[in-house]
Design a protein. Structure first.
Length: 463
């Protein structure tokens, strides 16, 4: 069995790895680290949760430990598509570089530039950045890139999805031609392969698992619903959370506005839940992730900003409240569970409108996913569209436009004696979920395990 010592790492790095508690490298680390130490360009294809970050952090610490940077002239640059991924890479450098004297700067949006500029004014060995903030500081003359020795493009397929590739190409054009480039992606479609050909020079290719495959330890279930009504979806989610042994879970929505709505609904029904999406302030996003990481929040409702690369172990469940638009995103979402050899469960709520997407998912992962039909949820208590759906109403159920009661043809000339003059067929008004509920309904959380109940702080917070 290969050990970290067999990979050619120094004693200080081996000691830091031992402090963390790791003994043997993962497949991506075992294959990638020797090539990086040799100074070769690298094309790495690995799923999330495979230890990819340490696969480039550890050899970079070894290489950079031999020199020192000058002010405003960092020696390495790592580009990440999101703030959370950038912060996570920074944590890895702090963890594994604890016995080194290398300096690091984290350049991400949503934070003040003052501290970032101050860090750049001193010597910076490792620069970790999102593309937008990186270019902003460069254009302000706060940073020079002429001394970059190692350039890392991480989560390249996510960069492509988020529209960052033009920024990445511009940044690459600012770097010196003689440098080592490490290019990582969870998937390798033709577009990513073309990008790699432009950025890399005679690279070594490392693939540790087939692209777009799901973990063997994940139990996958399609929860089939008979309607696309959002109330029914929320009721089905609550039922699954209640019946399954959910220790903690990511709950994914396709749209940011749905994250806020679902989070509010879960808290109202007594669940200990938090929310994470791109419109939140960075400080709020960081605080929410920390609470989830430390089990202060059991459920994290999020958009795809949290679907890639967040290193949170021992997550028991993933729920797709919405079927993702792209089949590849399904793989990345459910990759949040069953990490580091553990088992996990991934539920996806499927409505009749989602059949095309789930067919694409099964085609991509080459696996038939189990179906579980969800019934007996009751009648929807609300309509979630801006205007009430009326396609199922009969003509006499609708209120006339001018406010006059409808009168059928056979009673226009003379009303029956038994029909009061004030009578008219009124539309049925269903209680909205946000309206006051009977006390019995508000005691829903009495049936929940303690860790899933909303915390006292969430009860006191404003809606």
């Amino acid at each position: 069995m290969t050990t970290f010592a067999d990979l050619g790492l120094s004693a200080d790095i081996l000691k830091a790895i031992q402090d963390v508690g790791y003994t043997t490298p993962t497949p991506i680390q075992e294959k990638a680290i020797p090539y990086v130490l040799q100074g070769r360009d690298l094309l790495g294809c690995a799923q999330t949760g495979t230890g990819k970050t340490a696969g480039f952090v550890l050899p970079m610490l070894e290489i950079l430990g031999a020199g020192r940077a000058r002010a405003r002239m960092p020696r390495s640059l790592i580009l990440e598509p999101t703030r959370e991924l950038a912060a996570q890479v920074a944590e890895n450098f702090e963890k594994y570089g604890k016995y080194h004297k290398l300096s690091m700067a984290l350049l991400i949006g949503g934070e003040t530039m003052v501290e970032q500029v101050r860090a750049l004014d001193s010597s910076v060995d490792v620069l970790i950045a999102t593309p937008g903030r990186m270019l902003d500081l460069f254009e302000r003359g706060k940073i020079m890139l002429a001394d970059i020795k190692i350039f890392v493009i991480d989560e390249a397929d996510r960069m492509l999805d988020m529209g960052f590739i033009p920024d990445v190409e511009r940044i690459a054009g600012l770097l010196p031609p003689l440098k080592q480039t490490l290019f990582f992606s969870a998937t390798m479609p033709p577009e990513i392969r073309k990008l790699a050909d432009r950025f890399l020079s005679n690279p070594k290719t490392v693939t540790v698992s087939p692209p777009a495959s799901t973990g063997e330890n994940v139990k996958q279930v399609f929860a089939m619903l008979e309607s696309r009504n959002d109330w029914l979806k929320r009721e089905a989610l609550r039922m699954l959370l209640k019946k399954d042994n959910v220790r903690n879970a990511f709950i994914f929505c396709n749209r940011k506005r749905d994250v806020a709505l679902l989070h509010k609904s879960l808290v109202k029904h007594g669940f200990n839940a938090g929310a994470l999406h791109g419109d939140m302030e960075q400080s709020e996003r960081t605080a929410t992730l920390d609470k989830f990481r430390h089990n202060e929040i059991a459920l994290l409702v999020c958009s795809d900003v949290a679907a890639r690369g967040l290193d949170i172990d021992a997550v028991s469940h993933v729920f797709n409240f919405d079927v993702p638009f792209n089949a590849e995103d399904y793989v990345h979402r459910i990759g949040r569970t069953a990490r580091a050899g553990l088992t996990g469960t991934a539920y996806t709520l499927v409505t009749p409108d989602d059949m095309k997407q789930i067919a694409a998912i099964e085609h991509l992962i080459k696996l038939k996913i189990d179906r579980e039909v969800i019934t007996g949820l009751g009648e929807p208590k609300e309509e979630t569209d801006r205007h009430r759906h009326r396609r199922n109403e009969k003509p006499h159920d609708r209120r006339p436009a001018r406010g006059k009661p409808p009168v059928s043809r056979h009673v226009r000339e003379k009303k029956p004696e038994h029909l009061p003059s004030s009578h008219s067929a009124q539309p049925v008004v269903r209680k909205a979920e946000s309206s006051p509920q009977p006390k019995e309904a508000m005691r829903f959380d009495d049936d929940l395990p303690a860790f899933l109940r909303r915390s006292p702080a969430s009860v006191k917070s404003k809606p």
